[in-house]
Design a protein around this ligand. Structure first.
Ligand code: ZN
Length: 193
């Protein structure tokens, strides 16, 4: 049994409420946003077709010297009367750059700053530096508290001054003052200088 598909001219004007055709692998809302946000005129100019003010330019899909490529206003897309290529702005980007629909959409999204696709997060080069800084700080604190503990032990181990040994008594008193400072520094994590 013969089947007849209704024939649609390629560049027939689309009714405002007519759903746009689906592109495989692309959510319809993304497709709609792109086709509505990027006019064929803007894409043609951006990608160097230089259409005249009535929308005519040479076709990028076949070799020609006389313009037969028509850019339609708004969301009207394009049609080439020479080779029959036609479609919307996304089809245009697909064919011009040889991209899959989703990649063509990303290209238009980037070139026209639509912000539909999240750009990949920039690689965090800071985390390794921050990790190294944290480790260096931990090592420093450990070495410091070990050095302070050693000094304090040495001071605490000093024998008490004997009566009459004034030089040693002065040294001993100075070391006790040092010990107080070291105890303070140990608590406050300040650097004794
Ligand atoms: Zn053509």
């Amino acid at each position: 049994m013969a089947r007849y598909a209704p024939r649609r001219p390629m560049n027939r004007r689309r009714a405002a409420d007519e759903p746009v055709r689906r592109h495989s692998g692309l959510p319809p809302e993304v497709f709609n946003r792109i086709v509505q946000s990027v006019s064929m005129q803007a894409a043609a100019e951006r990608y160097g077709l230089n259409p005249d003010r009535r929308g005519w330019c040479c076709c990028p899909f076949h070799s020609e010297k006389t313009p037969s490529f028509k850019v339609y206003p708004g969301t009207g897309g394009f049609y080439c009367f020479g080779c029959g290529a036609g479609g919307d702005v996304l089809t245009f980007a697909e064919q011009l750059f040889g991209l899959k629909p989703v990649d063509a959409a990303k290209r238009l999204d980037a070139d026209f700053s639509l912000g539909l696709f999240a750009s990949p997060a920039p690689a965090d080069t800071g985390w390794q530096r921050r990790k190294a800084e944290r480790e260096a700080a931990a090592t420093w604190r450990e070495q410091r508290s070990w050095a302070i503990a050693r000094c304090l032990k040495a001071i605490h181990d000093l024998p008490l001054p004997r009566p009459g040994d004034d030089d040693y008594a002065a040294h001993y008193a100075l070391q006790q003052a040092n010990a107080e400072w070291l105890e303070y520094a140990k608590e406050k994590e300040v650097l004794p200088d």
